[in-house]
Design a protein around this ligand. Structure first.
Ligand code: ADP
Length: 451
């Protein structure tokens, strides 16, 4: 096992990794920007190093500073969390070259899956269904239009290097296409430094259903069931739950086997997620693989009882997985992302000083947060304040429990999405499980406080 793990991240995920390390008897190093001096991850780590000024590009994204921090403190491994450098192949390579274990997959695995076009190829090669689309990136607008006509409109033009819901454009017909194609290419180039785009069928009412994968260095790859992340805004997840209301044991088996086959095709090691779209007619398609721990991992932890972060660390140290098949699922789990944002103002970020903070509790309630009374939410990073995860015997109990927990979560000083999320729990359509990725567009009244 490692002696000391540096966590190249901040916020709730840094705390989550510190907890896992402590349980494993491993020392920890926090890195922080000048804006995060008062953060809990700095307080709870055994060692800490300031790595620069507030903007992430000058601190959390500076590879040489993070490697230097690991060397100075004698860390023998680095956990990247999610976001920042978690899916940066160059970072994984630099760790390796510096004799520091990167807690995650290899640089090669990150590269294959980080490019959506090459990921599609790798999946199709082992028979995992992919969304119908162009076989690879397309440069020529006429050729691209040809593919779009073949597939049938609407289509979505996607940046091969895209992520975080960015770099996607929908075209509803041929007239729309030429403009969208050029826009997508130039957006991709400026946002990701890579103008490659490809075209795929745009599904009109899909669910986002993803499978949690774990692989070890001894060739074992398993899945730990699905998460339904269909409640989204601008292609970004707000609520995740498991089991998916659309799932049957038979479908889980088929989708899960395909997800495992896809991960096995690249000899995947560590925690990862195979994201799929599930169509109204029960067809499903591979969309992308995330080669890291995800924000919504606690959903799977509560449902299966497996500590995903400890498994990640053990596997990186060369140990075999402690779980070798899908355990019995324990009821129903829902996660809400509570952000410092104002839903009534188009989810505008609301940084500032929190003067009162009282999280909910009781049976089946888990809160992953770095916030506390007296904490100031800095304006520099994403606005996730807390993840509230609840478990119930069934979906109905979980829904009720979540609504009560949201209503009794007291956060004063900044505007949060908690009241909005409580309204979603109370929405008849959400309650019936009739959700797809367009749910919030149709139920836009939920964004504003009822009068
Ligand atoms: P990112 O890497 O930015 O997260 P994804 O490829 O995972 O992008 O897609 C994010 C979301 O965009 C999906 O959850 C879904 O809501 C929507 N989406 C992506 N591809 C399609 C598609 N072919 N048809 C319909 N919706 C899609």
């Amino acid at each position: 096992m490692f002696k000391k793990v540096l966590i190249a991240n901040r916020g709730e995920i840094a705390l989550r990794v510190i907890r896992a390390c402590r349980e494993l008897g491993v020392q920890t190093v926090a890195v922080y920007s000048e804006a995060d001096r008062e953060s809990l991850h700095v307080r709870f780590a055994d060692d800490d190093v300031c790595i620069g000024p507030p903007p992430a590009r000058d601190s959390y994204l500076k590879i040489p500073r993070i490697i230097a921090a690991a060397e100075i403190t004698g860390a023998d491994a680095i956990h990247p969390g999610y976001g920042f450098l978690a899916e940066n192949a160059e970072f994984a390579e630099t760790c390796l070259a510096s004799n520091i274990t990167f807690i995650g997959p290899t640089a090669e695995q990150i590269r294959v899956m980080g490019d959506k076009a090459s990921a599609r190829k790798a999946m199709a090669a082992v028979g995992v269904p992919i969304v119908p689309g162009s076989p690879g990136p397309v440069e020529d607008p006429d050729e691209a239009l040809g593919f779009a006509r073949e597939i049938g409109f609407p289509v979505i033009i996607k940046a091969a290097a895209g992520g975080g819901g960015k770099g996607m454009r929908v075209a509803k017909d041929a007239d729309d296409f030429a403009r969208s194609f050029q826009l997508a290419r130039s957006e991709a180039l400026s946002a990701f430094g890579n103008g490659d785009v490809y075209v795929e069928k745009y599904l009109t009412r899909p669910r986002h259903v993803e499978f949690q994968i774990l692989g070890d260095q001894h060739g074992k790859v398993i899945h730990l069931g699905e998460r339904d992340c269909s409640v989204q805004r601008r292609h970004q997840k707000l609520i995740e739950e498991a089991p998916s209301p659309a799932m049957t044991p038979e479908l889980r088996e088929r989708m899960g086997n395909d997800a495992v086959r896809g991960a096995q095709a690249i000899n995947y090691v560590g925690a990862g997620t195979i994201e799929m779209l599930l169509d109204e007619d029960g067809q499903y398609y591979f969309m992308e693989m995330n080669t890291r721990i995800q924000v919504e991992h606690p959903v799977t932890e509560m449902l299966t009882g497996v500590d995903l972060v400890k498994e990640q660390i053990r596997v990186a140290a060369g140990e075999p997985l402690t779980v070798t098949s899908l355990p019995p699922l324990r009821g129903h789990v829902i996660e809400c992302r509570i952000n410092a944002e104002n839903p009534a103002r188009n989810f505008q970020p609301s940084p500032g000083h929190i003067h009162t903070f009282h999280p909910p509790g009781g049976p089946g309630v888990r809160v992953d947060t770095h916030a506390y009374a007296g904490y100031t939410v800095p304006p520099y990073y994403d606005s996730l304040l807390a993840k509230l995860i609840v478990q119930g015997r069934d979906r109905q109990e979980a829904l009720r429990r979540m609504q009560i927990a949201l209503e009794s979560f007291i956060i004063e000083g900044v505007t949060t999405t908690a009241p909005f999320l409580a309204r979603v729990m109370d929405n008849p359509r959400f309650q019936s499980g009739d959700i797809d990725t367009k749910f919030l567009e149709r139920e836009s009244d939920l964004m504003t406080e009822p009068v």
